[in-house]
Design a protein. Structure first.
Length: 138
């Protein structure tokens, strides 16, 4: 049962951080932040908080800096909401898996679009033109 404790704590912490970042932090830099995962160390002292950030690279850097600045307040809020003996120190990390998956999705869409366009042009080329006399026989 103890082996699953870090996962349970991580899920509770994630839910709290989602609420705090989404509804309680009054910082426009974190408006486009989504908490994707939280991983708590085995000793429950540290938590890596993975976030995706929509926007430019500059906006992403600013949002990550804002989260790191707010980490002590977020941790304090978690302590108030959850009855934990020890609240882990929060380390915000940019989750790039979603960004990579999105790029792969865009590339796959482009390939499919090109394949369909090529297939359509091949179908048009294979069509045999009808003569004027064939139209009347239908």
């Amino acid at each position: 049962m103890r082996a699953h404790r870090p996962e349970r704590i991580a899920e509770m912490v994630r839910e709290e951080i989602v609420q705090i970042v989404g509804y309680e932090l009054d910082d426009p830099r974190v408006e486009m932040v989504t908490v994707t995962d939280v991983r708590v160390s085995g000793d429950l002292r540290d938590a890596s908080v993975y976030v995706t950030i929509t926007g430019t690279e500059r906006e992403a850097r600013l949002a990550l800096a804002a989260l790191r600045e707010a980490a002590p307040r977020i941790r304090q809020q978690i302590a108030l909401e959850l009855s934990l003996r020890r609240v882990p120190h929060l380390h915000f990390v940019r989750d790039t898996e979603g960004e990579r998956a999105e790029r792969v999705g865009v590339l796959l869409y482009q390939l499919e679009t090109e394949r369909r366009a090529e297939q359509k042009s091949n179908d048009v080329e294979e069509e045999v033109p009808r003569s004027a006399g064939d139209e009347g026989r239908r």
